[in-house]
Design a protein around this ligand. Structure first.
Ligand SMILES: N[C@@H](CCC(=O)N[C@@H](CS)C(=O)NCC(=O)O)C(=O)O
Length: 260
């Protein structure tokens, strides 16, 4: 039996849901509100002391960390395989899967909070905001969130983090000139795990970032045509309204920051 502790708009959870869908595996849904801090309760932290989603429980075994969970699912449910055959393609795939842990995930949190979620969290929490922030176990993460809520896209590290996306999209465009999908000519974990980060930028209304990247635009169109794409956003309730394409309002300033 598979149980997933997750959140609808958590990119890390979206990765896992995409893989579960590609594998056509049913799972039991435990949806947590991150805005209300349901990932920070003692019960949840007993499963994952980092106080973050997703967490997969498979036949009683607790697995944490989205990229570890995706690799685990590919091993336990090998059909269809999401790992390329050639070792050199596997190496390419692993590099893409590692990117969110290296920097892309942090960049995604920055961009999402600066452009849309930060102001929403502030409004939702009112006087309870400080208490909510102080429950976060990672002080660095907490202070980043605080800065983004206060200064939005003018937070000094916003520029570095939007540039992480710019660089990633450039690398995707280059890779897609060599292979049909991100690691090989077949769809792999690399595509599944990068999908939510591209979808987030699209959803924030910043899709102009691939205006001049036809291969990336084509990859994303092919991704959206896969049945597993539904797994990205099909699990309401949601913490934040992510349908407003809020980034469109600040796109001209964001474009300046990317170019600076
Ligand atoms: N490296 C972890 C990151 C998990 C993570 O950051 N999860 C976010 C949602 S995408 C979360 O639970 N945030 C709650 C919080 O920051 O309080 C993974 O890939 O699973």
């Amino acid at each position: 039996m598979l149980e997933l502790y997750h959140n609808n708009i958590s990119v890390c959870a979206q990765k896992v849901r995409v893989v579960l869908s590609e594998k056509d595996q049913p799972w039991t849904n435990h949806h947590l509100s991150l805005a209300r801090g349901e990932q920070l309760t003692p019960e949840f932290k007993a499963m994952n002391p980092r106080g973050v989603v997703p967490v997969l429980v498979h036949d009683g075994n607790v697995i944490v960390e989205s990229s570890v969970i995706c690799a685990y699912l590919d091993e336990v449910f090998p059909d269809p395989p999401l790992m390329p055959k050639k070792p050199v393609e596997r190496a390419t795939m692993r590099l893409w899967c590692k990117l969110p842990d290296d920097i892309l995930h942090m960049a995604c949190a920055t961009v999402s909070f600066a452009v849309s979620f930060g102001p929403q969290l502030k409004k939702q929490m009112g006087d309870g905001l400080e208490e909510r922030l102080m429950k976060m176990p990672d002080p660095a993460r907490r202070e980043r969130q605080r800065a983004l809520i206060e200064k939005g896209i003018e937070t000094p590290f916003f520029r570095d983090h939007i540039k992480v996306f710019e660089k990633t999209f450039g690398e995707m465009e280059a890779q897609l000139a060599r292979t049909k999908w991100l690691a090989s000519d077949t769809y792999t974990l690399a595509d599944a795990e990068i999908t939510p980060y591209v979808e987030r930028i699209d959803r924030l209304g910043l899709d102009a970032m691939w205006e001049k990247r036809p291969r990336l635009a084509d990859w994303f169109a092919r991704i959206k045509a896969r049945p597993s794409f539904k797994a990205i956003s099909d699990y309401p309730p949601t913490d934040y309204d992510d349908t407003g394409r809020d980034g469109r309002k600040s796109w001209s300033r964001i474009k300046e920051l990317i170019a600076s």
